[in-house]
Design a protein around this ligand. Structure first.
Ligand code: ADP
Ligand code: ASP
Ligand code: MG
Length: 401
């Protein structure tokens, strides 16, 4: 078998943990498998590097940020390879480029365009354990790019696809996918399997256990994906095509996304083209807009609200202040979060949303924005109540049972 393992920041958080990872890899190798390992930076390292850059400017150049941030993963890949060699195993460390990953030019959020797995395949043929620095590639000109925060998950899935690996196992500090973040709700239940679609929904709503782009790619390439813990030998969760256990349940998961900031534009001129102007401007600045709410206009004006990632809040604020025409005022709130209830069963049941609103009301939690789709309800609330909301909703939908 050829397997790809990915070890996240906490799993390689210090030298002892890197040593623990070597033992896990050696076991796979000794069982007669070939293995490619993708690693993240040691936990906290990427944020520390972001902090260093922000010491000098609030808007560091993205190209330089990529060169800076990609270094964290290189440290772990080299150390892990050295640790394996010290135990007598033939290992080789590769950068994203070394592993053949070519991306587009979107610095800090690059898309993988192609992977040439030859170098990895040659090393595997020579019996080597291949250790790849996650989260990075290079563009066609050879500049280093990174794949967005949490992007080592994407590296692992993409490499598993390119190598036609038998499975791709993502190791973190939780032993699988739960009905909600088990750190917030200790009664959360682990799922044996979950469908790509449902996992994609949880991830894109902010459950950071798997990066959403990695789930999207796993679905596209049909990669057999597992979420497991590097601190136990528990079975983990299989993310796969169909998961009939999920179809029957009304609500399958609750998600908290703390990385949200709200922008409200008041008294915006109610004329054709105004929304296009505002959101084109944000798109051109590469600001990802998440929830958008607009009211029916009255007296020729309307209110327009939307959310952006917290890291983009300052940029969005500057842009809106520079636009500042065709509206009466604006306000910004960084201290919000998004709480979402997910379940394919909602399609055919009414009253799921009403139940969520009722539960939050009973706990005196004010809902600032609401958006729904066939299979999810998302609500923007004060960030201080995020965890309480998660626990109450989890209980209200009986997910703890
Ligand atoms: P890594 O650093 O290894 O990539 P992450 O911190 O990105 O790991 O992801 C693991 C974390 O995801 C867990 O510690 C947990 O708090 C969080 N998490 C959020 N939602 C869920 C969920 N539904 N199931 C499991 N873990 C979740
Ligand atoms: N180190 C990067 C981050 O913190 C990538 C990753 O861990 O997947 O976002
Ligand atoms: Mg992660």
């Amino acid at each position: 078998m050829l397997v790809v393992h990915k070890y996240g920041g906490t799993s390689v958080g210090d030298l002892e943990r890197i040593e623990n990872v070597t033992n896990r890899i050696i076991k796979v190798k000794e069982d007669g498998n070939d293995i490619v390992v993708v690693v993240s930076a040691m936990s906290g390292e990427t944020n520390k590097l972001v902090g260093y850059a922000k010491h000098f400017t609030s808007e560091p150049a993205k190209k330089e940020m990529d060169m800076l941030l990609s270094s964290g993963e290189r440290v772990t890949a080299s150390l892990l390879s050295i640790a394996l060699q010290a135990k007598g195993f033939d290992a080789v460390a590769m950068t994203g480029r070394g592993a053949g990953i070519i991306t587009d030019d979107t610095h800090t959020y690059a898309r993988i365009e192609s992977i040439d797995p030859t170098a990895m395949q040659n090393a595997i043929e020579q019996g080597k354990i291949v250790v790849v620095a996650g989260f990075q590639g290079t563009n066609k000109e050879g500049s280093i790019t990174t794949l967005g925060r949490g992007g080592s998950d994407l590296s692992a899935v993409a490499l598993a696809g390119a190598l036609n690996a038998d499975r791709c196992e993502i190791y973190s500090d939780v032993d699988g996918i739960y009905t909600t973040d088990p750190r917030i709700e200790p009664n959360a239940k682990k799922l044996d399997t979950i469908s790509y679609d449902e996992m994609l929904e949880l991830s894109s709503l902010g459950a950071k256990v798997l990066q959403s782009r990695s789930v999207e790619l796993a679905k596209k390439l049909n990669v057999k994906l597992y979420a497991k813990s590097s601190f136990s030998d528990n079975k983990g969760t299989l993310i796969t095509k169909e998961s009939n256990s999920m179809e029957e349940v009304l609500v399958s998961g609750i998600v908290l996304d703390k990385n949200q900031a709200r922008v409200t534009l008041r008294g915006v001129s109610d004329r054709p083209g105004i929304a296009a102007e505002i959101f084109t401007m944000l798109a051109e600045a590469n600001i990802n807009v998440d929830m958008i709410i607009q009211n029916m206009g009255t007296d020729g004006s309307t209110n327009l609200g939307f959310t952006v990632p917290q890291s983009e809040h300052e940029n969005a604020k500057k842009l809106m202040e520079s636009f500042n025409h065709d509206m009466q005022g604006m306000d910004f709130d960084e201290h919000v979060c998004k709480v979402s209830v997910v379940g394919v069963g909602m399609k055919s049941h009414s009253g799921v949303a009403a139940a969520a609103f009722t539960v939050l009301a009973q706990n005196n939690i004010n809902i600032q924005m609401i958006s729904t789709s066939e299979i999810k309800i998302s609500m923007i609330i004060d960030e201080n109540y995020g965890e309480l909301a998660i626990r109450t909703l989890h209980e209200a939908y009986g997910l703890d049972r």
